[in-house]
Design a protein around this ligand. Structure first.
Ligand code: TRP
Length: 335
């Protein structure tokens, strides 16, 4: 049986944080070691342009995210690791799909609808600050997926709708022109933790409550000390299940270390002590990868060559398929 193809994209608009690591990067790198799967991971820098109009941020984020995946041990001889913008067939396919995707389908996309709703609530024109990029974002994402005929798309819940749209767009193309596309499916793994941030809400760049993954030690300690706790004194029993400190602990510790910390909470461990132990645990888990990350950040040529290698491999899939797609819609040499 041929291998299942797994594909996912990472939008290059921020610095990777503990929530990204636990929720996406770590499970993806683990999956890439599974011999029954073929993994495609890419830096979605064209997607970044939708939300971010600061070139320095997009550039820096692209570098940081690439260095992060490499430092954490992604094997780029096995997994395909590339930058979206290095694959010219992706924007080319986006246009072809734009000419086939129903506008009515895009009207229903959550990200676009949320922007319109926010405008309406603010008494603005409904289209205020809505770009064509935002509106047609699901078409670009469909091209990312369909370009490589990926079957499984690991995503967060907020992205399920986009994968379903990719499926609709693929089915419509297959029906109208030629059976060229595999119908993709979203894969949502409920066993991976959605980490809480410093304020107890979901850790997210948009809430400004993150702990960046590769902070220098001192800063990592400082951030951990900022995690919100309650006012219970040392010696008073604490509820592990409502504690961000415990939740992050459990995402990094093994089962026996987690059981030990649960007991310590019940025994009334002081918040300061729990945070100190959390710092030590995370630091020990990340120290090696952090050194590697810092070396890579100082060697951008190496990062770039990894991405070029990935692009070259990825184009071995995208270029021939794009030729068939063009041909199917009537774009081909006259003779
Ligand atoms: N839109 C996704 C996000 O914001 C990132 C992404 C872009 C993606 N293209 C993709 C994810 C293709 C899966 C497949 O998280």
């Amino acid at each position: 049986m041929s291998k299942q193809r797994v594909l996912t994209g990472i939008t290059t608009t921020g610095t990777p944080h503990l929530g990204n690591y636990v929720g996406a990067i770590r499970p993806s790198i683990e999956a890439s070691r599974d011999e029954t799967l073929d993994s495609f991971f890419f830096l979605a820098d064209y997607h970044a342009l939708i939300k971010c109009h600061d070139p320095a941020v997009v550039r820096q984020s692209t570098k940081e995210i690439a260095a992060t995946w490499l430092a954490l041990g992604l094997d780029t001889d096995k997994a395909l690791f590339y930058r979206q913008s290095d694959i010219p067939e992706i924007p080319e396919l986006t246009w072809v799909l734009n000419c086939n995707a129903a506008k009515g389908l895009m009207n229903r996309a959550h990200a676009y609808k949320a922007a319109v709703q926010a405008n309406e609530e603010a008494g603005e024109d409904p289209d205020y600050a809505v770009t064509m990029g935002l509106f047609s974002y699901p078409v670009l994402m469909a091209a990312d997926i369909l370009m490589f005929n990926a079957q499984q798309i690991p995503v967060g819940r907020d992205q399920i709708q986009h994968v379903e749209m990719a499926r609709d767009i693929a089915a419509r193309f297959n029906h109208n022109f030629a059976e060229l596309f595999t119908l993709p499916e979203a894969v949502v793994d409920d066993s991976v933790a959605v980490l809480q941030g410093l304020d107890g809400r979901k850790m997210s760049k948009s809430y400004n409550n993150t702990i960046p993954l590769f902070l220098p030690e001192k800063q990592l300690r400082k951030h951990i000390n900022k995690i919100k706790t309650n006012l219970l004194e040392p010696g008073e029993p604490k509820d592990p299940d409502s504690s961000t400190v415990f939740q992050i602990w459990a995402a990094f510790a093994d089962a026996s270390e987690t059981a030990r910390m649960r007991q310590a909470f019940e025994n009334g461990i002081a918040w300061g002590e729990a945070k100190k132990q959390l710092f030590e645990l995370i630091n020990a888990r990340l120290v090696e990868a952090r050194d590697c990350y810092n070396r890579l950040m100082n060697d951008p040529a190496h990062i770039e060559s990894e991405l070029q290698k990935g692009a070259e491999r990825a184009r071995q899939y995208s270029a021939p398929l794009m030729r068939r797609i063009r041909d199917a819609v009537g774009i081909s040499p006259i003779v």
